[in-house]
Structures are given as C-alpha cells and as structure tokens.
Design a protein around this ligand. Structure first.
Ligand code: PLP
Length: 290
C-alpha cells in the first residue's frame, strides 16, 4: 500500500510530497511539530498534543492555519488513508513560504505537513532488559518548552549517545542538573522512593507522556516531586527512566557506564509503564478526539 502525506491542503503520494525551497521551516527552522501516537487507529492524548501545538504557535506568533475541527478531519484522514492501526502521526506547521528575510513576512499562510506511519515503539526485549544512557552537555536555546523543528542539538546529542552504544542522551545543564533527554523527559527514583522529574518551564519540553504519567502515578498513590536532579543524583538513584510518546516509559539501567540500582529495569518504571499502557488501552472512539 502506498503512503499518503498531507501538504498544504492536499493529500499527495508520500514519495512526491515536498515543500517550497523558501519555506521558512526549511530555511530558518521557523516552525513547530508534534508527534502523536496512534493505537488501535485512534490518537493517544490528541487534546494534550493539540493544546501544546496551539501554545507553541501563539508563542511564535504563527496563526493556526486550521480550525481544531479541520485538524481532526485531516488527522483522521491520514490515519485511514495510511491504514495506521499502531504508529504515529507527525504534524508540522511553519511560518510559510516567503523570500528569505529574518523578519516575519506579512500575509503569508503558514505551511502544514502531516505524515503518518505504522510502528510499535521499542521492542519488548529492550523494555525487559532496559537501555543505557550517556550524559551530554545541554547546548540548546532557552525556550525548550517550544516544540521547535530546530532539533540540531538533540540530533547531535542522540548521535553522540548512539556512537557510544547508548539509547539516550541525558542532557546536563551547566549547573549539573539533568534537564531532560535527547527525545524524552528524564526521571529518577531516589532512596526514599520519591519519583523526581524536572519541573516544567522554559528549560524542558512539557512532555505529554510526562504529564499523563504524573497524573496516573499520583492517582495510584506514588509520590511524584517535580524538582530537578543532578547527574550525580541520577547515577546514585534507585531507578532512572525516560518517557515519550514513542517509547512510553523506558527504563535506563546505566548512565555513563555506571550501573543504576541493580542494573535491571526498576519496579517503579515498570509500574508506571503498566499504568500508561492501561491508559492507552482505555482510549475509546468516543473520547479519542475530544
Ligand atoms: N523532551 C524532548 C526533547 C522530546 O523531543 C520529547 C519528544 O519528542 C519529549 C521530551 C517527550 O515528549 P512527549 O511525551 O510529548 O512525546
């Protein structure tokens, strides 16, 4: 079956999908994106992703090119036309096409691209044995809450991690705190059993998975503290894990070669993963798009 992409109002064969050379996303990384998981043909936490997209667009003064209902029509179409049961939707909005100039263009429609593809996230094996991480200096700009398409520092960090045989990069600020990870939010469990993760603000992306996990964990009686922790604390932690739309909850069993806890996935990481899987399984057609 051939894949279909949505580009500025048209559904086109994926292999032919393209944007103009003077699209500001292409030339300046002047745009935003979202990745939404699809499970059983339904989006996971669409409303939270959509809210984050709207917040980012407002922060960058980019007009939302589609009404919410129109977004839903496009995303439903993309799931159906690409026959995605389990996979991801990728949404991108840029400031549009205009002759290259740093200043905002006037009267230009933002560009919209949506793609969809099947995929089922990390293997069951990687979750059962856990993965490793390495620390990398966080060299990103100071508005990491905006889900900008400018991912160069994240790419460099993840590439460095991969070259060192690791799955993720823990991003470390100059003061030694772990902000988040290359493409996920970072968590640790301290000696008292408290679950720590960096507070939201300008320093991290407010992950949708992070937000849902905090709610689920607290409802299940776990103590979650939104405070930053250092790389040293992480290395001495009982557990370290990361969260994202694609990986859900991924246990980290070593950081910079230092074994975390017993060097196997920790019970809280696995418990939160189970809660999250239950949350995803509970998404019904009646609520998925609301
Ligand atoms: N932090 C960064 C830097 C990311 O790139 C991502 C996901 O792409 C996340 C956190 C996790 O966010 P979410 O749970 O919304 O996927």
């Amino acid at each position: 079956m051939s894949r279909v992409a949505y580009v500025n109002g048209r559904y086109v064969p994926h292999r032919e999908a393209s944007v103009h050379v003077e699209d500001r996303g292409y030339q300046f990384a002047d745009g935003l994106y979202e990745v939404v998981a699809v499970r059983g043909g339904l989006p996971v936490d669409f409303a939270l992703h959509y809210d984050r997209l709207c917040t980012g667009l407002a922060a960058l003064q980019i007009t939302n090119p589609l009404q919410r209902a129109a977004w839903i029509v496009v995303l439903r179409q993309m799931i159906q036309r690409n026959r995605v049961r389990d996979g991801i939707l990728y949404l991108q909005v840029t400031r549009g096409v205009s002759p290259r100039n740093h200043l905002f263009p006037h009267g230009v429609m933002p560009s919209v691209v949506v793609t969809a593809r099947p995929g089922s996230g990390p293997s069951a094996e990687s979750i059962s044995v856990g993965v490793s991480a390495v620390s990398v200096a966080d060299i990103r700009w100071r508005r990491r809450d905006i889900k900008s398409v400018s991912l160069l520092p994240n790419i460099l960090a993840k590439q460095q991690a991969a070259e060192q045989g690791a799955y993720e990069a823990l991003l470390v600020a100059p003061d030694g705190t772990v902000t988040e990870a290359g493409s996920s939010n970072a968590w640790m469990v301290n000696a008292s059993g408290e679950i720590l993760t960096h507070p939201v603000g300008h320093d991290i992306l407010p992950g949708v998975t992070r937000m849902v996990l905090i709610r689920l964990a607290r409802a299940a009686g776990y103590t979650v503290v939104e405070r930053s922790f250092t790389l040293e604390e992480a290395k001495a932690a009982r557990e370290v894990f990361v969260s994202s739309t694609i990986a859900y909850v991924m246990p980290i069993v070593s950081v910079d070669g230092v074994k975390i806890g017993e060097g196997v996935p920790g019970p809280l990481a696995l418990a939160l993963r189970t809660l999250y899987v239950g949350h995803v399984a509970g998404i019904t057609p009646a609520v998925a798009w609301s």
